[in-house]
Design a protein around this ligand. Sequence first.
Ligand code: FMN
Length: 229
Amino acid sequence: MPNTVSRTLSTFEGFVVRGNQLGRTIGYPTANLDIQSACFPSLNGVYSVYVTYNQQHYKGIMNIGYKPTIEQEKPKKTFEVFIFDFNEDIYGEKLGVEIISFIRNEKKFKSLEELKAQLKKDCQIAKSHFEESKITISNFTMHIQHNVIHLPDLDFARHCETRYGINRGVYNTIDKWFSDNGSTEIVGRRKRILYFLHWVTAYTSKEKLKFGNKGLSEQLERFSTESVY
Ligand SMILES: Cc1cc2nc3c(=O)[nH]c(=O)nc-3n(C[C@H](O)[C@H](O)[C@H](O)COP(=O)(O)O)c2cc1C
């Protein structure tokens, strides 16, 4: 189920309209959406999504773009979802879509078979983003949701702010500290930021974090020497 984090990303609704029905010929029947709301990601590409239909929630993957693999006279921007473990006739029905994470850019494939192979990979990537991973550091265990790790920059910063009660300045300082200390790869750095915030929360045993003038850098130094990470 969507958590508080994913609510910070785009959510939109649309009615299912008929596509060319090519998807089912390669084993990926998709729902083409006529989008009602103006709020959707501006970046074309493939996303992992939660889909709401008839008050039920499903996981899936979505493509936003022009389907360059398919010969078309007038390519038109389409919104197309493939819903996992779903097999119902939903033409004309309304779906809610919540973007969880970005998977890749839209691509022109040489054949539908190549597209099909890529869709299989997309499903695996999406599933890994939905999964939780359990990580133990020092004496405690934390759960990191992959979809948090893969959020766009702004949403990840917002997650840290709302979950740990820090402001943007503190977030930026922490991000810069890890970057300056060798954590240049973004996913690894985000994990360290979450570990740090979780670790420091455990030490201060307060719901929200407050740092004095030098408090933050002292805690960061302490974290780097005391935590196993
Ligand atoms: C998750 C997902 C990813 C897709 N990625 C691409 C892509 O990278 N390139 C592309 O040309 N079409 C992509 N498509 C669109 C397919 O070309 C489309 O699903 C197929 O042509 C069937 O469409 P139809 O059912 O409207 O006929 C993607 C569709 C989905 C659902």
